[in-house]
Design a protein around this ligand. Structure first.
Ligand code: S3P
Length: 444
């Protein structure tokens, strides 16, 4: 177990990078596995969640060569080349792994079982199991398929027309993948702009994925999928911690190079800018089919704002750290329409409120979000990650502006999505000590 001791009072300056995007890294391994030929993935996220996806694909007979921790060569087995696994496939703590893999495995000619940590076994799976069953999938799981472990029997799938009840890229991607193994057309309608990496990547590989506004079509490819050659952009969800840190720590200026700025992911930038944060884009370009930019942030006077509706899905993972920014903003910040926070790695409404209150934040939970009053002088002290990587990093950012030292317990989980988080902050000038073994994340 690791804990971090953070002292405030140091300005943050300099140029840094963040590791590869988590969503794109997962998808790269999965999609490369069903392509024909060898895919090369550079700047792969060498974090706990994406390593779980590598483990699952190996369990299905896929050769994944690690040329370095961030460069993979994946030997595709073709659309119908996955092998029946001889044991449970361990998705560890990764929601993206279990939900997307369920879609990929539901229409195979073999049986497979997906499981993971106690935390992942508490997260809702009914949202994928219900529509997959409508496609003809044979799936069993605890509480009528609502919870993992999930068992997926050999099935023949048929296309489905389905409107997602919540804007979820995991559910959308699961069904688009199942649609590639189904007879007939699968038509998915989404209620909001959930991240579209699946659509972009599969279409680039030659899959018949077509996007018409909020409606996406998927069907069985008539030709083999082309292998991927991809340089994964930096993860905007990781950059978000540095953007907030740069905006709230006095006298700071940070540039984060090579961040993915896909419009389905940039809600956090728009939100911080609406609150008065000085964030600028430079060197904008397209990298492996995704928009990328260097982002510069400088210390800013923030003011409260209200966020809800379609913007929420474009920054869902960034809301805990947005709450930290809100504690430093003048006036009231309201987050609404974010009930999905309750089914993330933790109930992120409850866990964010609990941990930030320990530091003196004036934050109230609501059914679907929270309300923060600011500005508040935060107080250092002991806080817990609660086994949630984004909470560990959000509280670390809060600690950078707190009065007195803060200890973040259970901080090994930062490596789930942002290996090198601590050393990146240190290099920018933060006073941060790591105690204990920064090992692979260990979950309750
Ligand atoms: C993800 C989608 C989001 C996000 C998660 C990654 C993805 O989840 O919170 O971290 O890669 O598709 P939902 O689809 O459940 O909103």
């Amino acid at each position: 177990m690791t804990h971090l001791v953070i002292q405030s009072g140091k300005r943050l300056t300099g140029l840094c990078r963040v590791p590869g995007d988590k969503s794109i890294s997962h998808r790269a391994v999965m999609f490369a596995a069903i392509a024909d030929g060898v895919s090369i993935v550079r700047n792969f996220l060498d974090g706990g969640d994406c390593r779980a996806t590598i483990g699952v694909m190996r369990g299905l007979g896929v050769q994944v060569e690690e040329r370095s921790p961030t460069e993979l060569a994946i030997h595709g087995r073709g659309l119908d080349g996955l092998q029946e696994p001889t044991d449970f496939l361990n998705c560890v703590n990764s929601g993206t792994t279990i939900r997307l893999m369920s879609g990929l495995l539901a229409g195979q000619r073999f049986t497979s079982f997906l499981t993971g940590t106690p935390q992942i076994r508490r997260r809702p799976m009914g949202r994928i199991v219900k529509p997959l069953r409508q496609m003809g999938a044979v799936i069993v799981g605890r509480q009528d398929g609502n919870y993992a472990p999930l068992g997926l029997g050999a099935s023949t799938l048929r296309g489905l027309e389905y409107t997602l009840p919540v804007a979820s890229a995991q559910v959308k991607s699961c069904l688009l993948l199942a649609g590639m193994y189904a007879h007939g057309l699968t038509v998915i309608r989404q209620p909001g702009p959930a991240r579209d990496h699946t659509e972009r990547m599969l279409a680039a590989m030659g899959a018949p994925i077509a996007v018409y506004g909020d409606t996406i079509h998927s069907e069985r490819p008539s030709a083999p999928l082309a292998p991927l050659h991809i340089d994964v952009p930096g993860d905007i969800s990781s950059a978000a911690f540095l953007l907030v840190a740069g905006a709230v720590v006095p006298d700071s200026r940070i540039t984060i190079a090579g961040v993915g700025v896909n419009p389905t992911r940039t809600g956090i930038i728009t939100a911080l800018q609406e609150m008065g944060a000085a964030i600028t884009f430079s060197n904008q370009r397209i990298q492996s089919g995704e928009p990328v930019a260097d982002l510069t942030v400088a210390t800013s006077d923030l003011h409260g704002a209200t966020f809800g509706g379609e913007q929420i899905v474009t920054m869902i993972d960034e809301l805990p750290v947005l709450a930290v920014a809100a504690t430093q903003a003048k006036g009231r910040t309201v987050i609404r329409d974010a009930g999905e926070l309750r089914v993330k790695e933790t109930d992120r409404i409850a866990s964010t409120v609990t941990e930030l209150r320990k530091m003196g934040a004036r934050i109230e939970p609501t059914d679907d979000g929270f309300i923060v009053e600011g500005p508040t002088r935060l107080m250092g002290g002991p806080v817990e990650s609660q086994g949630d990587h984004r909470l560990a990093m959000a509280t670390t950012v809060a600690a950078l502006i707190a009065h007195g030292p803060t200890t973040v317990y259970g901080a090994e989980v930062t490596a789930d999505s942002f290996p090198g988080f601590e050393s990146t902050l240190q290099a920018l000038g933060a006073s941060l000590e790591i105690h204990g073994t920064p090992a692979e994340s260990i979950h309750a």
